[in-house]
Design a protein around this ligand. Sequence first.
Ligand code: GDP
Length: 304
Amino acid sequence: MSRIIALSGGIGGAKLALGLASLLPPEELLIVANTGDDFEHLGLSISPDIDTLTYTLAGLDNPSLGWGRRDETWSFMETLAALGGETWFRLGDRDLALHVERTQRLRAGETLTAVTQRIAARLGIRATLLPMSDDAVRTRIRTPEGWLDFQHWFVREQCRPVVLDVAFDGAAGARANPALLAALRAQPRAIVICPSNPLISVEPILALPGVRDAILGCGAPVLAVSPIIGGQAVKGPTATMLRELGTAPSAAAVAQRYGALLTHYVMESAEDAAGIAPKVIRAPTLMRTLKDKIALARTVLAAL
Ligand code: GDP
């Protein structure tokens, strides 16, 4: 069996992952989620990118918020606020149940992989969804105020502090998910780097020991989709972060960050392709509807 391995963060990545899942037989799709955004909060183990992928693939995502679950209620948050608790990170009632379930199983000794797969199966997801590692990797952001934990910078501080540097604590000593390494050794059909933030969603996966070499060595095409359209991110801090780290945000800038890894790059027809080494495929990359997601996934698969 020859599989497509998709590397994904949360919102942007999940859109293409859903498109791919709509076209491919489930046994031919392996989706690997960034866990650098994971953190412990209110005693709970929270994995934002796994959750966005889970809810999106299960058709349970919240289209108006862009994160969390649909049909959400907020009694927990309201009660916590009334008690003077910490409310900067919002957890809906339904979402909370998932975090409680994950936390309790992790504490009982299950791996994050096992917990992720069990929850995905319970929600009817048929493709394989894996965390990038079962070990803790924690993205941290260096700002003029010092190093901040990722969610403190991203949610509590609303990405306001200027980004001077990004680090993936624990990555060098973490073990990449053995199922990812095995899939890379098993002659995959292709690697797809979803249109996620390269700096905080994809690079943590690539920072795990052995992953970059296994991708380069697997002989399969490696295709990325640009998360930048017209010099802007569709959502989130990708463009601002690139700028603060000294690069003008563009589709080309993202391709250059992935460097020699890429054989194919999908971007909008209006973007400047100067300086992009891999084969460029021009296509509409904005995914508003399910139809858009499937159309882009079809473009990706056709290119491969
Ligand atoms: P996060 O972990 O939730 O921030 O999610 P990702 O890293 O997966 O997604 C953020 C990136 O997705 C941003 O750089 C966005 O520009 C990009 N993105 C979101 N929606 C779209 C879309 O419809 N098309 C493309 N090409 N990129 C998108």
